[in-house]
Design a protein around this ligand. Structure first.
Ligand code: IVH
Length: 670
């Protein structure tokens, strides 16, 4: 029986809508429909798929169990509602808050606890008889999603309390992601030619809502606990409760301070407004709380927030400037990124002229019009972002932005797959920035590392019609190259020599250089270790790919799709014929001991006995892992001469042992 057209269309529309909702929920953490509506649509699709089995599609939202797929968290009603905090940006209002406390209590005999305001998402943890039995998101404040398995992936969080502990407690805190982990995630996305995540908070929030806990474990989250709720209170002050949290072996910030006066609170704020730059995670202010629980009760609550606490938010510098136009950039994977051109404005020490708009959803969300006065902020992000529009300045002549329908570079009609936020230009073979971008990626230092061939020369060779794909590199001759402008005799022969030398580059780097979507440096290493020949990788089924550590649905699908293209396969055959290294011949690294097993080590500075690379190799030979930047997860920093002061400061602040070259050698030889 063939599938009736109207049913096929209905199934197609439902799948598209559900993918879009999944994306909004899991990735953007901004759902646009209720849970009930989502479940109804999912059920409608399940019913249709059951009635028409010929419509089976393994990629349907009904089939996926992991990642950004079905949404099936149980909900839990909070025993104590999860309230928010009143907040202020001004010292004057903070003084008023203090006066109100004084007036209500009728004396000045009170203390504040000042804490950092972590920029993540709040979570409630339930421990019964010392065991974590439930973790619930804030949700709407009354009830939230049960995300226990995901929370259990947080390495710093013990599921079992250290005794002695009360029989039943609830703890609240903030789940967040450290900046280095966030940067690493984004670096991998950049390497894979993917649009970048906006900030660690969005990623943390999206991650906690993933269905697949194995996927969550790959995105390291952290947590600080800042509130204890007891059924039969045994503790009288907040400060003591934080000490208990620590004694139970749970993560609690060390940057909390007891303050005897509002002046001490101001000093704390002043210190952290500056010192926050040295933290490995983002904070957006300071929370000021009354310490004594009886006084808290006396002060009470408004409908939304406690009267005994307030959040002081750091000012993020924003500027307001007209939006002049929007450009559309085409990445090497064909992804289209809209970029706002702004009238120049000075912000936090630099002139800002452009801001990324990410994708069409973002333009829609902001309801942007050319000519609008837009707010630009730098916040924690490197790239300035547009946070809103000053509607009072909108003119009648402003023009609503209509996203382009054709590639600005090659004119091809853009596509946008259901469930994806990004538009793509599908003209992989002939769209100039895609062709040039792919070759530039291939010659990248971490891929083929072809000396004497920079991004500009790639463009020149492309313009001259000599390079249309990476395989063309190996057909280039000295006679062709010397004819180019700016290419002298020496540089031309050097270039040809470097191209020849790149044939020795190991398989894993060639694989990274191919620029397969989502296959960054780390994934390429893992693939090369498992599929020791490119033909084995080409023949690998999705299941075989999924069996590799750290390879999920998204990467597996992308690899399978890559090798389905004849054009890619022909290009790989040409690379093989040219003599590139397309199989793994490397011996496994020699393991000398497990003295550093599980230890994450950062090497920094210049050493006297060994080179930095030699020390890094020693770390691996003794079972350790090298990391590029210091985070709370770092076990040791090995410091040579000239280690940067910021790194040093960060290591000290996180209490990470700093080893000299001699200390390190003693450690592995002990
Ligand atoms: S105490 C009654 N302490 O800020 C509210 N909240 O704007 C108790 N947050 O929902 C919250 N750091 O997600 C508290 N040290 C801290 C915090 C903190 C971050 C978040 C939390 C809360 C939001 C309120």
């Amino acid at each position: 029986m063939s599938l009736p057209d109207h049913i096929a269309q209905k199934i197609h529309a439902l799948r598209a809508a559900l993918r879009e909702h999944n994306y909004k929920y899991y990735v953007l953490a901004e759902p646009s429909i209720s849970d009930l509506e989502f479940d109804q649509q999912l059920k409608a699709l399940q019913d249709l798929e059951q009635a028409y089995p010929e419509a089976y599609d393994p990629d349907s939202p009904t089939q996926k169990v992991g990642g950004e797929i079905n949404k099936q968290f149980a909900t839990f009603e909070h025993e104590f509602p999860m309230l928010s905090l009143g907040n202020t940006y001004s010292e004057a209002e903070l003084l008023e808050f203090d006066k109100r406390i004084q007036k209500q209590l009728g004396h000045t005999n009170y203390q504040y606890v000042c804490e950092l305001k972590f920029d993540g998402l709040s979570i409630s943890l339930h421990y019964d008889n010392g065991q974590l039995i439930r973790a619930v998101t804030r949700g709407d404040g009354v009830k939230g999603d049960v995300v226990t398995d995901n929370v259990k992936t947080i390495q710093s969080l013990n599921s079992r309390l250290q005794a002695p502990y009360p029989e039943k407690i609830e703890l609240r805190g903030e789940v967040f992601m450290h900046r280095p982990a966030f940067d690493r995630l984004n670096m991998e996305r950049e390497e894979a030619g993917e649009p970048l995540y906006a900030n660690p908070r969005n990623v943390a929030s999206g991650t906690l809502k993933l269905q697949d806990s194995a996927e969550v474990a790959k995105r390291p989250l952290d947590i600080f606990l800042y509130q204890l709720l007891e059924h039969k209170p045994t503790i009288n002050t907040h400060y003591e409760s934080l000490q208990s949290i620590r004694q139970w072996g749970l993560p609690c910030s060390n940057n909390t301070q007891l303050c005897n006066s509002i002046q001490a609170v101001f000093d704390y704020i002043k210190h952290w407004d500056e010192a926050r730059k040295l933290l490995t995670y983002d904070i957006d202010g300071v929370v000021v709380k009354i310490n004594d629980y009886h006084q808290r009760e006396e002060l009470g609550y408004t409908a939304k927030s406690p009267r005994w606490a307030i959040a002081y938010k750091f000012k993020t510098e924003a500027a307001c400037t007209p939006l002049l136009s929007i450009d559309y950039q085409v990445g090497r994977t064909g992804a289209i990124t809209p970029v706002a051109n702004l009238q120049s404005v000075f912000l936090l020490g630099t002139t800002v002229k452009r801001a990324s708009l990410h994708n069409a959803n973002e333009i829609e969300r902001l309801d942007l019009r050319v000519g609008d006065y837009v707010y630009v902020e730098k916040g924690g992000e490197i790239i300035p972002k547009i946070t809103g529009v000053d509607l009072s300045k909108r003119s009648d002549q402003s023009i609503k932005v209509a996203f382009i329908t054709h590639c600005p570079e090659c004119g091809t009609t853009l596509i946008r797959q259901a469930g994806e936020a990004q538009h793509y230009c599908p003209n992989e073979l002939n769209c100039p920035p895609q062709v040039i971008g792919k070759i530039q990626h291939f010659i990248h230092r971490k891929a083929m590392d072809i000396n004497g061939l920079g991004d500009e020369t790639v463009e020149l060779l492309y313009q001259a019609g000599l390079l249309k794909s990476i395989a063309d590199l190996y057909d280039l001759s000295y006679e062709q190259v010397i004819q180019l402008d700016r290419m002298a005799d020496k540089s031309s022969s050097q270039l040809i020599e470097s191209i020849q030398a790149s044939k020795q580059v190991p398989y894993q780097r060639v694989l990274f250089g191919l620029g397969i979507r989502y296959v960054g440096e780390t994934v390429a290493k893992k693939l090369a270790a498992t599929f020791k020949h490119i033909d084995a990788l080409k023949a690998a089924s999705k299941e075989a790919l999924l069996a590799v550590d750290e390879i999920g649905e998204r990467i597996a699908d992308s690899i399978v799709e890559y090798f389905q293209s004849d054009l890619h396969c022909q290009m790989i055959e040409r690379l093989k014929a040219a003599g590139l290294c397309l199989e793994n011949t490397a011996e496994a690294p020699v393991q000398l001991s497990d003295k550093l097993q599980g230890k994450i080590i950062v090497i920094s500075g210049v050493f006297t006995q060994f080179s930095r690379d030699e020390i890094k190799a020693m770390v691996e030979q003794h079972g350790g892992k090298n990391a590029g930047s210091i985070s709370a997860k770092t076990h040791y920093v090995v410091a040579g001469e000239n280690m940067g002061p910021a790194k040093l400061e960060k290591a000290k602040q996180l209490n990470i042992p700093i080893l000299s070259e001699a200390d390190f050698l003693a450690l592995i030889q002990a």
